[in-house]
Design a protein around this ligand. Sequence first.
Ligand code: SAM
Ligand code: SF4
Length: 498
Amino acid sequence: MPIETVPGAWVNKRIKEDEITKYMEHGRDFIPDDEIAFKIKNAPKDPAPQQVRDILKKSMAIKDLTPDEVAILINVKDKSLLEEMRDTAFKIKVKIYDNRIVTFAPFYLGNFCVNSCAYCGFSKDNATAKRKVLNEQEIRKEVEVLAGKIGHKRLIVVYGEHPKNDVDYIVESLKTIYAVKVKTKNGHGSIRRVNVNAPAFSVDDLKKINEAGIGTYQVFQETYHKETYARMHPVSTLKGNYRWRLYCMHRAMEAGIDDVGIGALFGLYDWRFELMALIYHTQELEKKLGVGAHTISFPRLVPALNSVITPDWPYLVNDEDFKKIMMIIRLAVPYTGMIITAREKASIRDEALMLGVTQMDASSRIAIGGYSDVVTAQEKNKQQFILGDTRSLDELIRDFAQKGIITSFCTAGYRCGRTGKCIMDLLRSGAEGKFCKLNAVLTFQEWLDDFGSEDTRRMGLPLIEKEIAEIKAKNPKALDMFLQYHARIKKGERDLYL
Ligand code: SAM
Ligand code: SF4
């Protein structure tokens, strides 16, 4: 189906050059392609064990690694050193985030798009894509399933770039999502935090989105390598402007958005370069805006309808390298959230838990209207790309519980103002854990009572008992308040947090 023609005036006023140049230094952006390539090429090919161990010690002390140190870790090939890296990554995850994991669902609202990304099923060149933007009633129907049947509390909403799903539509859709309250056996289900994955906007547009009350604003650079970027995103398209996208997190923070999520689409170019560039990006945000990325995503390219990327594309990332990427991110920015999505198969996601990942989606559907009966089964198959892990939220939570991992539905931080620099400083110091553990247990109990199957409750409830014993031993000051809240939740009160 040919996509509708977009008025030139809409396209022309989109990119504001002054909102790029104001952040640049001496006419240069913060991704020095040659310097990154030089560091990768000149890092020791077989780093000495002591050198690697010194770096791991620094990570364990919750200090950022420098790009040179990251380049050294990239070159580690020795099996036992890789094992030490893996162990340290997991220890850091436990030190900062304990045994908690956060779950969410992707929610695709509109796939009209003016861009021609070579890898994406929503590209305007994909004539077979069924284009749709959900209306208010359809959004409600979707949220009724997400919040009322599955029990999600967090979403990441996803939009193409087009006047039909532009900023005003985004703002309205956010209001609709937050307003849905679905009756459940113990009260109501609702979405408490909506993160947004959307195009690169101007400061004014980002202010509007921020006012609608979002969690994290997420935009992936896809590839930081300029030549590859130009190959993947024709310069004649909006997304073809590399620097407009590169500086969108600067603009987001200027617009008042505290939590920003960056990412690279691994598989477009050399993973070593992309990994280094992600570190440059988060460190640039910290340097210029006082706080680095709240989350880092590392989606791996998967086959999509009409994608021009073929199976012999030279930069596709194999599983071993992908695991190395995850552990190095955890070691390089020890306190930053790490997201792995259901693009990956279950076995990789299970391993990712041991490498430092903190957030995962579940029960995911990525067709527009894929959760309710808004679209037909055939349309549901025409999604952006193919999913690798189709486990339901209930199944995933049961699998986590079996491993001693507690699923946190806590959204208190964002609603109490523990965002941006405040949350990052708390995480770095280890103090955030005190709130998180308590809220994780409270929200886990709530979810198990409202949505857990018998099998999942059987696995989850003993875990809660274990957690309470730990709170008694390690956080006695908070115990009384916590136990009161816990008892109230068991009686049916909802959305209590500390
Ligand atoms: N249109 C917005 C944009 O491009 O930023 C947001 C929506 S876009 C669908 C969300 C993300 O999906 C992209 O940033 C890209 O990283 C990812 N994506 C697109 N095609 C993909 C593919 N074939 N495999 C894996 N991820 C893909
Ligand atoms: Fe459009 Fe985003 Fe897909 Fe590119 S990745 S075609 S901008 S939806």
